[in-house]
Design a protein around this ligand. Structure first.
Ligand code: SAM
Ligand code: SF4
Length: 314
């Protein structure tokens, strides 16, 4: 969205409020501010975060800038501008109506792929996982309810305008099979309400029973198994909470899928230092051992490095 540029004079006259879509997260003295619809992320230090909190709690702009707390007034103004440019704060009169849920269907965007995060729980603790490793010890895990899944599917249907036959829903997590009830009811709902949509389940495969496999076959689910190589390579990264590798458990899930004749079983390989050396040989071994219909790759995103995109020091 095009933002008006605000002069210092404007900023002094204007009053802002936090966007209803702004969220924040603190870690080690840094603060991540996040807009959940535009998906932009801004990392700031405490003083800048305090400015955001003051705006959020309704303190007027002029009062914030004139506060004795801040010696460097220009930096406060720059912070306000930056928050505004990133849509994290909006004019106090802004109803953000274009973004309100009821108006979302009027926005002309054509969405073809939807990820459903069935749960943020997982039975594994893969060493590189950007989801599980980003979760704090005191985090309360959440799982998607069937009502929310249905609402998401209905919204996806409204927002996918063209090429309805090319749509894909990706069932993702955490480990999606740890929310089996919603997963299965959700699959039934998707098949009842959307025509021609592809459904792709991305799973660590350790929880797939024979009954689950038969269900996936009956509902034409493409299953992608995350696996990084044969046992020693896979188990150097993909481990349970007790650090035990999961390769043998993958085999059980894979065998259940094969026994129930699930037609599309793919491998999803995450590339990192554990399998990139001799990659060709590793993949050849994997192809020999398993009968995968397809192989996809994820390039490792280093979850440990939180880079400061923009740092503000007041
Ligand atoms: C986050 S998991 C969720 C689904 C399921 N638990 C699984 O492992 O398939 C989905 C995929 O993301 C990959 N992944 C996890 N952490 C990653 C990272 N830091 N960079 C790139 N891919 C990653 C996993 O290997 C897996 O293939
Ligand atoms: S199984 Fe998937 S969600 Fe769980 S830790 Fe491994 S990559 Fe992350």
């Amino acid at each position: 969205m095009e933002k008006q540029s605000h002069s210092i004079q404007d900023i002094l006259l204007e009053n802002f409020k936090a966007s209803i879509y702004s969220h924040f997260y603190e870690k080690d003295g840094y603060y991540a501010l996040y807009h959940s619809l535009y998906m932009n992320l801004l990392y700031v230090k405490k003083d800048a975060f305090d400015v955001f909190c003051k705006i959020k709690s309704g303190v007027r702009t002029r009062e914030i800038i004139n506060s004795h707390k801040y010696i460097n007034k220009e930096a406060v103004i720059d912070t306000i501008k930056l928050l505004y440019e990133n849509n994290l704060i909006v004019n106090s009169s802004d109803k953000e109506s274009i973004l309100n849920k009821e108006n979302l269907s009027n926005i002309s965007i054509d969405i073809q792929i939807m990820y459903l995060i069935l749960t943020d729980k997982c039975n594994l603790n893969c060493k590189y996982c950007f989801i599980e490793n980003a979760i704090d010890n005191n985090h309360l895990h959440e799982s998607m309810s069937i009502d929310n899944l249905k609402k998401s599917v209905d919204l996806f249907d409204k927002l996918s305008l063209d090429n309805k036959e090319n749509r894909t829903i990706i069932l993702y997590g955490g480990e999606p099979l740890l929310n089996k009830d919603t997963l299965k009811k959700g699959i039934c709902y998707i098949r009842e309400s959307l025509k021609d949509v592809k459904i792709n389940l991305i799973t660590n495969a350790t929880e797939i029973s024979r009954e689950d496999a038969a269900f996936f076959r009956d509902y034409s689910i493409d299953v992608s198994i995350s696996i990084d190589g044969l046992e020693s390579i896979n188990d150097s990264a993909r481990v349970f909470l007790n650090n035990k590798g999961c390769f043998k458990n993958i085999i059980k899930g894979y065998n259940n899928l094969k026994l129930e004749k699930v037609p599309n079983i793919g491998a999803s390989i995450t590339l990192g230092s554990h399998n990139i050396v001799n990659l060709k040989k590793n993949i050849e071994q994997l192809i020999k051992y398993f009968d995968f219909n397809s192989i996809g790759f994820n390039f490792l995103v280093d979850f440990t490095s939180v880079h400061l995109k923009k740092e503000i020091v007041l």
